[in-house]
Design a binder for this molecule. Sequence first.
Ligand code: ADP
Ligand code: ADP
Ligand code: MG
Length: 463
Amino acid sequence: MFRRILIANRGEIAVRILRTCSELGIETVAVYSTADENALHVQLAAKAVCIGPPKAADSYLNQQAILSAALGSGCQAIHPGYGFLSENAEFADLCGKYGLVFIGPEGDIIRRMGNKAAARALMQEAGVPVVPGSEGTVANAEEAAAVAAAIGYPVLLKASAGGGGRGMRRVFEAGQMAASFAAAQAEAVSCFGNGEMYVEKLILQPRHIEFQILADSAGNVVHLGERDCSIQRKNQKLIEESPSRALTPQLRRQMGEDAVRAAKACSYRGAGTIEFVLDKEGHYYFIEMNTRIQVEHPVTEMLTGLDLIREQLRIAAGLPLAFGQEEVAFRGHAIEVRINAEDPAKDFRPTPGKTGFLHFPGGCGVRVDSALYPGSVLSPYYDSMVAKIIVQGQSRLQAIRRMRRALEELVVEGYPTVAELAHLILFHPNFLRGNYDTSFLEQHLDDLLQVSKGEEIKEKADD
Ligand code: ADP
Ligand code: ADP
Ligand code: MG
């Protein structure tokens, strides 16, 4: 096992990685931008190295600075977390060149699966169902329109390098194609520095179902069940749960097998996630693979009792998986709510600020992953997610009730968050029935905001 590793990330995931390292007796080196001088991950690490100014491009994406920090501090490996350099094949290659272990798959695997258009082709070859769409990329709006005419509208324009719901546009008719293509491509260029686009059929009101997998260097692959991530805003997840109410045991078995098949098809190594959309008729389609640890990985940890960061470290150190598929056991039901510093009433605009009074929930079956502390300052340069609340219960209803009370205990003062909205969602009849899809928030947001406004007025009147 490694003696010392560098964590090339910030926020809750840097803290999350640090915690497992500490349990395993691995020393950690943190990196930080000048905006993060006082961040929690800097304070908890054995050593911290400043790698540049606030802008991510100059710090958390600064490959040379990060490699120098790792080499200069005697690290043997780099954990990239999620976002930033986690799916950067060039960086994974560079680590190898300098004799550092990149805790994730090899550069070539990232190249094969990180390009979403290329991954589709590979999955098709492997016999995993993909959404009908273009073969590879489309060069311009005319080519996209030709594909759309062939598969039928509506379609979804997507960036090959996309992530975090960016670089994506729905197109309902030929007349919208030129403008949508230009908008999606411009966003892709500005977010990912890559304007490559492809086309998929837009699946109407699907569920987002993903499977967590683990693969070791010996070629053993297991899946750790699914996560239903259909409660989304702007194609980004807000609430995740497992098991999904949408899956029958048969569908679960089939999708799990396909997820393992997908990982084997690209000779995968490490922790990864195979994402599918599931339509109303029970057909599922591969949409992408995330070749890294995911934000919502604690949902799976709560269900299985495994520590996925530990598994990542073991696999990167060349150790075989210590269990097979039959030994993976699932316990009850788990739910995660992402607490973003955003204003739901203003199109989820980020609301940076300084944290005032802070109180995190606790008690039976509750876990909080966060890098917040009273007085910590949210920088506008980075992601707006400030905490994740995860609960486990014996049944789905117990988990929902537990999450409601956890959110009732939560106090984050200093800026608006999505906590109240999430709390209201946990009372919505469609959510309670498990009868929801990725259009849930689009459909119900106005009503939910109306409810919260009504409560505010009532409170003021009571005062
Ligand atoms: P998950 O499935 O883990 O929720 P997301 O796609 O929401 O994955 O992304 C996780 C995090 O990584 C988010 O903070 C998002 O902003 C960031 N992210 C995702 N893709 C990219 C990318 N290509 N470049 C930079 N950041 C990204
Ligand atoms: P990202 O890399 O940004 O995470 P994904 O390809 O995973 O992009 O898609 C993000 C979300 O967009 C999905 O969770 C789903 O809600 C929606 N989506 C993606 N592809 C389709 C599709 N073909 N039809 C309908 N919705 C889709
Ligand atoms: Mg995705």
